[in-house]
Structures are given as structure tokens and as C-alpha cells.
Design a protein around this ligand. Sequence first.
Ligand code: FMN
Length: 206
Amino acid sequence: MNPKILLVYYSRSGNTRVLAEALIQKLGCEWVELRPKTNYPTGAWGFLKALLHSMTGRLPEIEVIGKRPESYELVIVGGPIWGGRVATPVRSFLRGHQKNLKRVAFFATQGGTRAGERAMERMQSDAGIPPRASLVIPERDLRGHSLKNSIHGFLARLNPILNEIQGPLRPGLKIQTSGARAGDQLEHESARFLSASGSGRAQNPK
Ligand SMILES: Cc1cc2nc3c(=O)[nH]c(=O)nc-3n(C[C@H](O)[C@H](O)[C@H](O)COP(=O)(O)O)c2cc1C
């Protein structure tokens, strides 16, 4: 278990959980699933409630997370896009912990392909600090090679921070992040990072 990275996510209908679990497994980090005190149920009523809250900026209280974000070097935060913004439980977390976040990275899933960039800008404003990397995936790309490639790209962008947190794995090594062998090399470097931090498998942190 990597004690320096915390992944925090919310998922109403399961899509973001798929991405969160893949990242947790890659990073071997601790994690928390956000639970709003009043739920957004699946079905039409939950959809309308979620959309209304998102559009009006009504942020729900969330249950105690049982982790201290300030004790992690990197907090990776993600959720679904609702009405062009990240879901309200994620916004509640970011706003409530602004002062406790040393470094952040963001991820999100969305139904379409358009809202992502603006949603990440808004997420930065909720967090109070810019993300070291961000990733938005349309739900149709949450499987197979698309998912794998997106995660590779995200980890490549995070790699300088992972090295900073962990210390250089191999001084002087330049990591190739594009081209045919980028994925293989990143996989290799990620494996080195994970084995150096004694992690590598997703585990329930509780
Ligand atoms: C209330 C609501 C609003 C949404 N608004 C958007 C949107 O503005 N743009 C978009 O691309 N997808 C939108 N979606 C689709 C979700 O972002 C997408 O299905 C996401 O993957 C759901 O993640 P989850 O299964 O983790 O809850 C919306 C979904 C809901 C429930």
C-alpha cells in the first residue's frame, strides 16, 4: 500500500468507479469513496436532483471520510460530470479540504465528449490549487485499450510527481511519454515505482 497517495472519488452509477478502481490498482494507493449524507439515487428522480443541485451549486454534506488528506503528498480526486461540473459530492470534498491538499490530480467520466476541459477548470477553482494532471474519459471509452491508453497518459503526466514523492528511481533516466514504446516504458517505470513503494494491488484501506 502506497502511504503517500490518496485517491478520493464519487460515483453515482458506477462508471467513475471503473476508472477509480483501475487507478487504485495501478498506483496501489489508499482510497475513499465519497458518500453524500442525502443520496442521489439511480433513476429519474436522482438524475433530476443531481442536475438541479449541480446547476444551482447546492453542495451536499458528505459522510466523514476517515482519512486525513493533509497527510498525503498527492490526493487524486474524481467523479462524474454533472451539467458541465464535477458532481456535487466531489465539490463538497474539495471545498471542505482546500487547506489540506498539498498536490492534486483530477479525473472524471462523462456521457459526451465536450464538458471536460471547462469542468477541470471549475474543479481547480473548488480545490484552490491547480492539478498536476487531469483525465476526463467519455463513458464509451471506459474499457479495453481506450481505458488502458488513457491511464497510461495520465500516469505519464503524473510521473514527475510520483518521482518527486518517491525520490528518483533511476537518476538521469528520461521517460519517453509518446511513440510506440511509451506505454511499455511507462508500465516498466510504474512497476518500479510501485515496487519501490511496497504497493501494487488495490486493497480496501479500511
Ligand atoms: C445529473 C447528470 C448530469 C450530467 N451532465 C453531463 C454533462 O453535462 N456532460 C456529459 O458529458 N455528461 C453528463 N452526464 C453523464 C455522466 O457524466 C456520465 O454518465 C458519468 O460517466 C456517470 O458517472 P458515474 O456512473 O460514476 O455516476 C450527466 C449525468 C447526470 C446523472
